[in-house]
Design a protein around this ligand. Sequence first.
Ligand code: M6R
Length: 617
Amino acid sequence: MCGIVGYVGRQDAVPLLVEGLKRLEYRGYDSAGIAVQNSHGVELRKCAGKIIGLEQLLGTHPVQGSTGIAHTRWATHGAPNQTNAHPHSDCADEIVLVHNGIIENCDVLRSKLTELGHHFRTDTDTETLAHLIEHAFEGNLERAVAAALSHVEGTYGIAVISSRDPDKIVVARRSAPLLLGVAENGEGATWVASDVAAILGHTRNVVYLDDDELAILRPNGYETLKLPGRDGEGLEPIQKEISHVAWDLARIERAGYPHFMLKEIHEQADTVRDAMRGRLLQEEGTARLGGLIQLESALDVAERIIITACGTSWHAALVGEYMLEEYARIPVEVEYASEFRYRNPILEPGTLVLGISQSGETADTLAAIREAKRLGAATMGIVNVVGSSIARATDGGVYTHSGPEIGVASTKAFVGQLTVLALFTLLMGRRRGMSILEGRGIVSALEELPGLVDEVLAGEEEIRQLASEFQSARNFLYLGRGANFPVALEGALKLKEISYIHAEGYPAAEMKHGPIALIDDEMPVVFIAPKDSVYPKIVANIEEVKSRGGRVIAIHTNGDERLHGKVDHLIEVPKTLELLQPILTAIPLQLLAYHIAVLRGCDVDQPRNLAKSVTVE
Ligand code: M6R
C-alpha cells in the first residue's frame, strides 16, 4: 500500500527520493509524487501511474533541494489521478505533506476548514491535514503538526515540510508504520520511511516510531517526542533505541531471477533453515523460542488458542490449527482478523490470541490483537518484519526470519510461518505430555526439511510444462483434506492473485455438496494427496472427479504407485511427517501459479489492484 520516504541532508534529495520510491514499488500503488523545499519555497511534482512517469516529469520539469518527501499512493479517498496524488499542500503551498492511513473525520474537518476560508483542491482525506496544520501554524512546524493531529480521528503516518519553518521534516504516526534512518557515519543526513526497504541503500540504523510519537528530522540528527493527547499541554521529549537492520540491499534485489516471486520460491530451503536456526533442541526433543519467555505462564495456563490473520497468513493459521490440536492437544480456533475485531469475541481467562502476519502491519490483524489485549487476553505474534507494529503490540512472539518478501504474492513467508508453527506446536506439545521420543522425531524431521524443500524445487521444469498445458483454463478447483485443505486454499489464492484465473479451494469431501456440479472435461482439479492419514479418503474423491471427466493434477508422495494411471498428471513431493507435509505440498502450487501467470503475460510481482501490506481496514 502507500509508501513514504523523506530525506533531509546536504545532497540533492530528488535522486535519493526517487530511488527510495522505487524500492517501495513492490507494495503496490497507483500514483507517485515528490516535494522538495529550496530557496523558491516548496516545489511539487506528481503524476498518476508508475514511478517512471514521475521520473519523466522530473526530467522535463526538474527540481532540486536538500529537504524532501516522496510518496507512492494506493487510492482510498478519491480517484487515482494526478490531483489526488501525494504530496498535498495548504492554501499557500507552504506546508506540504505525505500521508499513509485514513483520516476518518475528514468530512467534518473539511466543512469546518472550508467555513474558515480554506480552499480544497483534491478529493483526498489527506488534504484536510495540510489545512489543519496551516490553521494551527504559529511559526513552529512541529507544534502546528501536534496541534492539528489532536483534532484527527483515524490512522496516520505523515511527513511534513514547510518553507515557513525550513530545513526540517516533521513526522508522526498512529497505526501506520514509520521509521527514521540515522546516518551511519555522521554523514549529515536523516531519513524517514514507512518501510525500511526505501532507505536500506543508505543506512541500516533505524529508530521505529510508536503510536502517538512525533519526530523532528534535521541534517545533523533528530528529536523524538510524545504527542500530547487532545487536552495535552505540549510535546514531551522521549528517548528511542536505535536498531540495526539485519537485511542488506542484496536481499531486496532480484539476484538474476526474472521475478522476486521466483527468487523467493527458490529461497525456501533457507527460509526453513532461518526459521529454525538456534531453536531446535535435539536432546530434549523440543524447541527453544526466546521471544515467548514473557508468555511462559500464559502458555502453561492456556486452555484455548485463537489464531487471527488475513490472506495467506490466515491459511497458515488453519494449518496451525491442525498442528496444535493434533500434537499439542489444545483447542484452536482460527478467525479472519477483520471479523474477530468487530465480533465482540468472548475471551475467557486461559485464552491466548495469536496473530500471524508477514508484514506485521496489516491493519485488521493489528486491530484484532489490540482488541484482544483490551479484553485482557495474552497475545502472541508470528511475524516476519522485525520491529513491525504487530511484533511490538503483542506480549511475546516468534519472528519467522524469512528476510524481505518483495513479491506481492506471499510464498516464502507462508513456509516460514508453517515452520514456526511447527516449532510452536513442538514446544506446546512437549509441555503438554508429548513424549521425548516423539519430540526428538519431530526435531529430526525438521532438520531434514530444507533438503526436502530443494527436492521439490528440483521438479520445477515438469511443473512449468504443466503450466503451459493449463495456462488457458478459465477456472481451477483445488482440493485437499486435513492440514492440506488450507494448502488447497493457498494454492487457489496464489493462482487467482497473480494469473487472474478464477480458482477455488475446498476440503475435498465438501466437493459433493456443491462444487461437483462444476466438474467437466474443461475443469482442472488439483488434488493435494500425499500419503497421510486421510489418503484413502482423498483417493475416493479423486475417483469421483475422474468419473465425471475432470482433469486431475495430483500432488502425491514419491514412490506412491496407487495414483499412477488414475489421474492426468502427477507432481511428486518427498515424504515427511504429516505435521510438516504442508510445507512441501505448498511449493508445487506456488510454482504452478507462477508459471501460469508468466505464460499469460501477467505482472507477477505487482498484480493489479493488490498491495503487499494492507494497512487500511
Ligand atoms: O502481511 P500479512 O501477512 O499480514 O498480509 C496478509 C495478507 O494481506 C497477505 O497474505 C495477502 O493475502 C497476500 N497477497 C497473499 O499472497
